[in-house]
Design a protein around this ligand. Structure first.
Ligand SMILES: [Zn+2]
Length: 138
């Protein structure tokens, strides 16, 4: 897709520090890493959202993300690996990508919780009912 950074890397018009490429996926280092070894695992086809990915690609991307995590965990200074994926307006590339990055205790990366996590929902039970119903519809 024109103007897409990932599609530019796939086509070869943009350069990247590629660590793996096959017929379906490309994996490269994030140029603005959370930590050294931060990898983006992407489908070669332009797909924006997680729910738009064919199941076979979901499987391939997450299985390869697991393999990258295993490779990262070989480093003796690593305390763990985080895997993260953003959708909608939080997908800053507009092309699906799975973040896999090394963690060290005290690295400063954090998961900030909302001050009002339930918003208009009355609590966990209402969220549960809503999600169970929505799951029946997809
Ligand atoms: Zn793209």
């Amino acid at each position: 897709m024109e103007g897409c950074i990932v599609c530019g890397i796939v086509s070869g018009s943009l350069s990247a520090y590629v660590i793996h490429e096959d017929k379906d996926i490309v994996c490269f280092l994030d140029v603005n890493p959370i930590s050294a070894g931060h990898v983006l695992v992407c489908p070669k086809a332009h797909v924006s959202g997680f729910s738009d990915l064919p199941d076979a690609l979901v499987s391939k991307i997450f299985c390869f993300g697991k393999r990258i995590a295993s490779a990262i965990e070989r480093a003796p200074t690593i305390d763990g690996v985080s895997i993260l994926q953003n959708n909608g307006s939080f997908n800053e590339l507009g092309h699906f990508h799975l973040h896999v990055f090394p963690r060290q205790r005290g690295d400063g990366f954090s998961w900030k919780r909302s001050d009002a996590p339930f918003g208009a929902y009355g609590g966990l039970a209402e969220v549960q009912r809503t999600l169970v119903q929505a799951l029946r519809e997809v």
